[in-house]
Design a protein around this ligand. Structure first.
Ligand SMILES: C[S@@+](CC[C@H](N)C(=O)[O-])C[C@H]1O[C@@H](n2cnc3c(N)ncnc32)[C@H](O)[C@@H]1O
Length: 443
């Protein structure tokens, strides 16, 4: 019997191995160094290419290091001069246009310095973010999750940028695909955190090798930035055979599906969140009002909260797995909505209140954590309870139907990939909202 080593590779195997081999040779040639303890693979990973540990890896090990010259961005692309000259006409809200044009040039140029890297990119027709689903499918599977609205906003912004950027003026005659936003780009954090708010963000860039890593919330590696190079470093012990995971940021499942087309299976995403529309808390208060005078008072309170920019028409309160993350806004909202007429009048005259901010901050966080909720006043709990119920009603399926689907492995396996991913997103959010509902139930 022929051993694996002697058996000629099938066409299919060659299709996978050749581009990978070329990429690794290219890495060598550009001094992108890969530790002997890891390898790239399409087997044993969660999705297509990924990185595996070939042996046990200790914390702090440099898995690979990428010289800065290898990064692909507007200042390293072959067309950098044209991009620099056309800088003004390529300005846009997203800040993505120069990188996209540089990428389009490199991607379509047979002599590109980055050819072996770009050859590993997936076929764009296989991208399956909700943006590429039909509107009906998005509404059917993702209603309530916030994704259909986010996609609508994206499509509008992309179309506006496409229409407004004068690409021809900048010597480019290229088609500008609507889906280009969805490459995994990296944005180096600005250096001085104190100045972060005043400083322009760094332009996005492509980082070969780093973008071969998949993401999980409980990741085991991190990208570090140094003046000479970028390094992927293990942040805990990694067992032989384990996949090496980077982080794409602290992402809830709806964000992962929206931006990258996947969701972590419920309940593994420790960064998962559920949103409650700010207006739901107001609606809950109006529903609970006993008289017209009470309702009128609520209208005044809500206007004041809007004026103070504590709440907004499209704003949301965000709940994570351990409680409210936007606690300061929610605390103020509940406090104002539940004020007596007299206290509200005083509050309005003072244009808000002044309190010892640091103490207040801790108090608010504690009160609105899932551990602290039971200690809230009955009135506050009632509003939160009703707002969670209103939000749960807005999903396409009820909680019980989704729970049954998730618990039945057979039924789960029969779902399409889109249905399954949508279910993990929906149910993750619903379970957070249900917890909120239970903890604020009338005792
Ligand atoms: C930067 S790429 C990572 C490399 C990718 N696996 C490949 O073969 O090109 C990001 C894409 O990988 C996939 N991905 C990353 N992490 C994943 C995960 N935990 N589960 C499923 N798919 C994942 C998604 O398709 C995502 O859009």
């Amino acid at each position: 019997m022929a051993t694996d080593a002697k058996r000629p590779k099938t066409d299919e195997e060659n299709c996978v191995l050749e581009p990978l081999k070329n990429f690794l040779l290219w890495c060598d040639s550009v001094k992108l160094t890969l530790s002997d303890k890891v390898c790239l693979s399409k087997e044993g990973t969660v999705a297509e290419y990924g990185m595996l540990a070939k042996e046990d890896i200790e914390e702090g090990h440099v898995l690979f290091s990428i010289p800065r010259e290898v990064l692909l961005h507007q200042a390293t692309a072959k067309v950098k001069k044209v991009l620099e000259e056309g800088k003004k006409s390529l300005e846009s809200a997203s800040g993505w246009v120069p990188l996209l044009l540089g990428l389009l040039y490199e991607y379509t140029c047979p002599q590109s310095h980055w050819k072996p890297y770009l050859s590993l990119w997936p076929d764009f027709r296989t991208l399956d973010q909700p943006m590429f689903w039909s509107e009906e499918e998005r509404d059917k599977l993702l209603k309530g999750t916030g994704i259909p609205e986010a996609v609508k906003t994206d499509l509008k912004k992309l179309q506006d940028e496409y229409n407004n950027i004068n690409v021809n003026n900048s010597n480019f005659f290229v088609t500008f695909p609507n889906d280009s936003q969805y490459f995994l780009s990296f944005q180096e954090p600005v250096e001085d955190e104190d100045e972060e708010e005043d400083k322009e963000p760094n332009p996005p860039m492509m980082v070969p090798m780093a973008d071969m890593l998949n993401h999980v919330s409980k990741h085991n590696a991190n990208l570090e930035y140094t003046p000479e190079c970028l390094k992927m470093v293990s942040i805990r012990h990694i067992e032989k055979g384990e996949e090496v995971f980077n982080t794409y940021g602290q992402m809830a499942n709806w964000q992962l599906l929206h931006m990258y087309g996947f969701a972590e299976p419920f309940p593994t995403n420790s960064n998962d969140t559920a949103d409650i529309q700010m207006s739901s808390v107001y609606k809950a208060a109006v529903q609970a009002a006993h008289s017209e005078a009470d309702q009128k008072l609520l209208v005044d309170k809500w206007s004041m909260l809007c004026e103070m920019e504590i709440v907004g028409e499209k704003g949301v309160f965000i709940f994570g797995q351990s409680g409210c993350l936007t606690y300061s806004e929610l605390y103020t909202t509940l406090k104002v909505l539940c004020m007596t007429v007299q206290v509200f009048e005083e509050f309005r005259e003072n244009e808000g209140w002044e309190e010892d901010e640091e103490d207040e901050d801790d108090k608010m966080e504690q009160a609105l954590s899932f551990n602290g909720l039971t200690g809230l006043s009955a009135e506050w709990k009632c509003l939160l309870h009703a707002a969670a119920a209103l939000t749960l009603d807005s999903y396409s399926e009820d909680v019980e139907t989704d729970r049954r689907r998730l618990e039945d492995q057979g039924a789960l396996a029969e779902l399409s990939s889109r249905e399954r991913r949508a279910l993990h997103v929906r149910y993750g959010q619903k379970s957070i909202l249900q917890r909120l509902q239970q903890l604020t139930k009338k005792s």
